[in-house]
Design a protein around this ligand. Structure first.
Ligand code: TYD
Ligand code: MG
Length: 453
């Protein structure tokens, strides 16, 4: 009889404790510790002999550039993966329910079915439901195999028999292994199943996509605990109210981590947006105060985004500061810089800052956009709609140079901007102005003068 061990595990972060606790001492979440049971028999994955072997190798004998990439047929997805899916890699796609994970992976697997049979395992939907979705997406292929199954052993057996070109597991929370007694979706199940799938992918060279749900309550194991195990973590973000979706790389062993892919959810599936700048500026109000366009950079991709702000008189005591899409503390800091170095009176004002289109921008180049839009709203002076800005603002009010200025200017010129207000340090160095008027500024006073005149 194998010995059964009982313990309590936090469903949010994976912390284990021998007794129940109301609050997880590790991540601070309440009511997340759940009883789990584990048999103390070493679990083993049955793989054929040729997969089990692994031998030490000389580093110099290993051929470089061995990672083989396959295109999924979706360019935006290929981009965030680092140029296609790498053989034997495990990709976790996380995101809120209903955001479009199943849709994207069905489209991706249809693209991969060009190279041979692919396997779509669903523990959430019936084959009929998937068929209906496939019809909606106009997917016609004789090489997509649907499999409604939640037992990991049975999934791996099938995969071994079929040796498909790619596998999708929708979702990892529904899969369970008999080796562990905990319920499907619990941290130990999810982690164990992912680890076994990872081993399988590495040994068989089959790429595996895992779908993972994120829940705030931590009722089912969030994909957070999986991030260490898998090769690539993608997050699908977006506002339910908007139709665009952003696929963001959070971790990538095979590429850069700040790439984004932009999609639009249409009635026939996800459409790639090749020119997101145009999309994000589509409904921009012209000649209104409190709106600035910033040339931001996400990974290798320039993005022109509108930053709006509203500055209004505080009604009750404490002035409010609210930000959407930019860092809250950064905005507070910039407000202080504006007060001290440019003499703007914001002490009795509420300040709201919003990045249009549900985007989130973290790079410092957005600073100049934030101060311009706040000053524009406070003074009620519109900014020239053909002008855009970028640059970092320092604590003494200096405007600091940022990386890759030329890519940003080029993108702006492509969509019809005429005037660039940027750090002097960048303006001095650029080789081509791409037909734009370049205004280099060195402190916030001259910057505000340049944008608000
Ligand atoms: P889905 O891929 O099922 O989301 P997830 O797997 O992340 O839970 O997508 C769900 C939403 O997408 C659903 O609200 C319907 C919508 N949708 C479209 O708008 N157009 C389409 O062509 C498809 C397939 C779905
Ligand atoms: Mg789904």
């Amino acid at each position: 009889m194998p010995k059964v061990k009982t313990f309590y595990q936090c469903q949010s972060c994976g912390y284990t404790s021998p007794k129940w606790l109301g609050k997880c001492p590790d991540c601070g979440e309440w009511n997340t510790l759940v009883e789990e049971r584990k048999e103390t028999v070493p679990s083993r994955l049955s793989l054929p002999a040729q997969f089990r072997k692994s031998e030490p190798q000389l580093l110099s004998s290993i051929k470089a550039g061995y990672e083989q990439r396959t295109s999924t047929g979706i360019r935006e997805l290929d981009r965030v993966l680092g140029g296609g899916v790498v053989t034997g890699s495990v990709v976790l796609v996380g995101g809120d329910p209903g955001i479009g994970k199943s849709t994207m992976l069905l489209q991706a697997i249809a693209g991969l079915s060009k190279y041979g049979q692919v396997l779509y395992v669903s523990g959430e939907e019936s084959p009929e439901q998937i068929k209906i979705r496939a019809e909606r997406l106009s997917i016609i292929s004789d090489d997509i195999i649907l499999f409604s199954e939640t037992s990991l052993r049975s999934i791996l057996d099938t995969a071994l028999k079929l040796m498909p070109k790619a596998i999708v597991i929708d979702s990892i929370q529904t899969v369970y292994t008999e080796d562990i007694l905990s319920a499907p979706g619990s941290v130990s199940q999810v982690r164990e199943c992912a680890a076994k799938l990872m081993l399988f992918a590495k040994k068989s060279d089959i790429p595996i996509f895992l779908v993972g749900h994120v829940t705030k309550e931590g009722a089912i194991a969030g994909p957070r605990v999986l991030e260490h195990i898998v090769d690539t973590v993608l997050y699908f973000e977006g506002d339910r109210g908007h139709s665009y979706r952003i696929l963001r790389t959070v971790k990538n062993r095979f590429g850069s981590t700040n790439e984004i892919g932009v999609f639009e959810m249409s009635d026939s599936g996800l459409r790639e947006i090749e020119n997101p700048s145009e999309l994000f500026l589509l409904e921009r109000p012209l000649n209104v105060s409190g709106s600035t366009v910033v040339a931001a950079l996400e990974g290798t991709r320039p993005l022109m985004v509108e930053i709006q702000s509203l500055v209004s008189q505080t009604n009750f005591g404490m002035p409010r500061r609210t930000t959407i899409g930019v860092d809250f503390n950064r905005v507070n800091l910039l407000v202080a810089v504006l007060e001290k170095r440019a003499g703007l009176h914001l002490g009795g004002m509420d300040v709201f800052v919003n990045v249009v289109g549900g985007l989130r921008i973290i790079e410092p180049a957005v600073d100049l956009g934030i101060i311009s839009t706040i000053a524009s709203s406070l003074r009620d002076i519109p900014i020239d709609p053909k002008a855009f800005v970028f640059g970092e603002v320092g604590l003494s009010g200096e405007i600091r140079a940022i990386a890759q200025a030329e890519i940003r200017i080029k993108e702006a010129s492509k969509i019809g901007f005429k005037r660039a207000v940027m750090p002097l340090g960048n303006a001095d160095k650029i080789n081509s102005s791409f037909g734009l008027e370049i205004v280099g500024v060195k402190d916030i006073e001259s910057a505000l003068e340049a944008v608000l005149s």
